[in-house]
Every structure is written in structure tokens, then in C-alpha cells.
Design a protein around this ligand. Sequence first.
Ligand SMILES: [Zn+2]
Length: 562
Amino acid sequence: MGSDDSIACIRRWISECDSKHLTCRLGLVGDAIEVEPQMPTRVIDVTSFDGHQLPRLIDTRGLKGKYVAISHSWGTVVEPYTTTKNLASLKESIDFENMPKTFRDSVFIARKLGVQYVWIDSVCIIQDDYEDWKREAKTMGLVYEKAYLTISASDSSGDHAGFLTPNPSVEMDVSLPFQPGCPTSGHTYLRGQYTGVIDPRWTPISRRGWVLQERTLSRRILHFDSTQVHWECSQYRVSESGAIEDTTSNVNTSYFLGQNIKPLTGQNRGSGSSNHAERRKALRTLYHFYACKVHEFSDCKLTRSSDKLPAILGLGNEISRGTGIRCIEGHLFFEEPLFVYSLLWYTEMFSMEGSVIPDHVRAPSWSWAAMEGPRVFHLLGQDIEFERRIFLKIKSVLEVEALGSRPYSALVCFGRAIAGIKGDPSRPSNGFLGLVDHMPLHQDDEQFQPLKPPTFSYQILEAIDSKQHWPRRNVKGWVSFDSREFKPNDVFFIPVCAPLVGQEDTHPETTRGCLGLVVVKAHVSEQHEVSNITNSFKRVGFGGLYGTSWFDQRNEEEFILI
Ligand SMILES: [Zn+2]
């Protein structure tokens, strides 16, 4: 890799893409990207294409140009590269020989391709300046989206390992002499099947959290794995060995998002002026796309747990820039009712470790980013009709101080918070609901489920008298807690939406219930005096109630979800 043959091959891919692929000139939400866009705040200037001069770091100050961005794994030894101390000297020149090999390999490829600028996060962001990091993390999505191409060190174990390695020698299994009488002499060689097309979702680097947005937003990527180099753009994936894969579901399909959400972008952006049906279709597409990305992202590894939201912020910000839909705490703040649907997330609880609460609070409890652990699913990921009956209204978003080092968003809600679900089934009181640990569903209960719970933790039973035994017929719903660490104790149920739409007449048992959030009262110290609304709740799980008799008569009120 990095040989003249490899470089010639990469040049052919670029040339083909430049001349034939219109979609490869478009950003995530379908906006055209300039050939020489405005560059990130800082870039490495490779200075000379033949390597006779040392590269240096420059402040771009609005300069336009082509640059290559790098997607890499820092490795286990994380050494800050650019700091406030060495910044001035790196602007003079960078000691090329002592750079980590991944950085040297990137500069080498850029020089060979005649691209003057390279962007590497650990070089172009000042590592000991938190304000600089915060500012740059917000626009990181744009860095990859505008890049001329992205180099992905897909198999590299870390920056010191690099990604340019000698191509492995190829065993020639059979050699055949040319036909007698043929004017040329020599042999034809046959070899075994060589490595084919890469699937970028399964490379070692894809387990790193930051890589999801880097790959999703990059318009074209060179993947360097341990055997060869691969090309990925919106039209195809192709390998140096010649294996080609056409546009399929495996290819980075982000660019097609732009084709399908036009009613939300350009002059329609945030206005609702486009055709109603088309707009809804586009919203569904975007909701589904983002839900899939959150699912893919949620169990990726991050060196710092606190990077959970920053590592996907670039993607959310790019969607916001194109559509006007805000990204709040890792959720797209869609118009009603889609945003409340997105509150019905859950984690994969079949895994051995289950999900846990991270050491440092990094997101409000209503956000999927609040939990650490297995993958996040959206309960209504595939099934997001607009016509469902909605029980919860989000009135506004409040900025609340003091969650670690940053303000966070609390939701001011209008709806019902149903009290009375007691955690201790041995002391039920009349009319209360009780939770029963791990009671398997009775066969006959299946028909009462508004939506089959993704995993079953507790049933909600209705107590009839104070000496309660719990008759099966009084099953009123189910509850699933976000973590095994949560102990059920005096929880409230907040109805969010009906489980099904449009089938009230044919399936009254399953449509008259609701899906909702299971919450506990927030402690006084967590309420932060945010407003004169006295009730604050924290999410601890989600669930379903069968029938609406438990909440139809209750008054709606304002409360805050933190
Ligand atoms: Zn292309």
C-alpha cells in the first residue's frame, strides 16, 4: 500500500467519482459541497508534494481549499499532540520523522494525491484547551462532510502503528505456460480468491464511537485495511484487488438521505410550507435514519464516557443545519408527535451485563445517552404514524444549570403522571397497582398486550383488597426498567401515546391502552429551582398500560422531566 500502483488506483477512483457521481458532491441533507470549501479552523499544510519541506500547522482564517480528513483510532496510549505549549512551534514546522506513523502515512498519501492540506483531530484541535475542543467538536461533522476525501485507518491498532504496510505476498497456486505457437512467451498464473470488498461496519475502527459520524458524513472514504486499500462513495465500494460492490444497503447510504428529505430542506427548511404528505414522508425517513444511527452508535466504545454526546453531535448538527430541526441531548427535536415517540427508547436487556448508569451524569434521564451499555432501540422505530392518540405534550425546553460541567435540557411537559404503582407486592393497598418481579406472562394474557414488551421485567397488577393475593386477571400492564440497578419503589407512570392506530373497532383491547414512561420523583436537589412548576420527575424505565381507565379521569398538569 502506498506504492505507485496503489496511488494510481486511488487516482482512477477519484477521477471516476469526480466525473460521474453527482451524488458524491452532495452533503448529508442534499446540499451541494464546493470543490474547494472553506477549511476547518486549523489544518496541516503539507507544504511540498515531494516531501522536501517539513509540514506545518496553519490557522486557516476562512481560507478555502481541498483537504483530506483522517478517521483513526488513537490507540491505548493517548498522547496529546498539539498543546498550548507547542502550538507556536508546530506553526513553524512539524518534526515529520517523529510524528506518529498514522499521521506520517496520511501526509504521505495527501502529498501523493496532490492535496495540500490534511486535518487530523489531535493535531488540529488544541488538546489541553477545553474551550477550543468544545468549539471544534460542534463543527466536527462539517469537517468530514466537506473533506475532499477521508482516509480511514480501518485496521490500525493505534496512531503509532500507521496504516501503510507492505502488500502481503500473493501465493501463486498454479502457473501455466502460454500456448505453444503464441508469439509472446511467459506464464499465466492462477491464484486463490483474494480478499474482496470491505464492509466498513465490521472493521476494528468501526467500534470506536467517534467513527460513526466520521463515516456517515464523509462523502468518499479510502479504507486502508491490513491487506489493501478500498474505496467507498455513494455509488460503489471497490477494492484494490478489483472486487466491486454496487450500491446496496451496505454502502454508506447517507447521501441518499438528502434525496429523500427534500421537503425538509432548502426553501422548505423548518417552514412546513411543503406538501403536507411529502413532508410527513420525509420526516418518517429522517426519523428512521437517525434512530438507526443512534442504534449503531449506542454501544460503540469511547475512551472517555463523557464524550457520548459530543461524539454524535456533529451528525445532529449537520441534520439541524440542513433541516432546521434542533438536536437536543442526542434527540432530534421533531415536530409533534415524533419527538415524544423518540422518548420511548429502550436498551437491549438480554445482554449479560445489562445497561448501567455511567459514573458521571452526562445527559438528562429522558435521553438515551443517560445510560451506558447495550444498544439503544426506538420502540416506534419502524412504526411512526402521525395519527396515534398522544397523551403527552412537550410545551418547552428549559436550559438547566449544573449537570457536570454543562447546562442541560429539561422538558416542560403537559400530561398525566399517574401515581400509585408500588414496588412492594407484599403490601398492596386497595386500588393501587403493584409490580411483580419476573412473573411470566400467562398464555391468555398475550391478547391484553398493547405492544409486546421488548423484554419483560415486571407486570403491573391491580390489588382488590388489602390482604391481596394477585389474581392473574388483574394484570394491568408491564414495566421495564432501564437498568437492573434501579429498584422499583413508588414509581409513576406517564402515558405517552396509544400503542396502535386506526384499529380501534377491530382490536379494542389492544388499542385502548398506552405506552409510556416510568418515572420517579426527582429529589429536591435535582429540581434546580427551574420554574414555579413543583413536580419534577426522572425516567427510570418505560412500559405499557392496558386500557385507559387508569388515566382517562385524571387531571392533566404541568411537570418537568429532567
Ligand atoms: Zn463517487
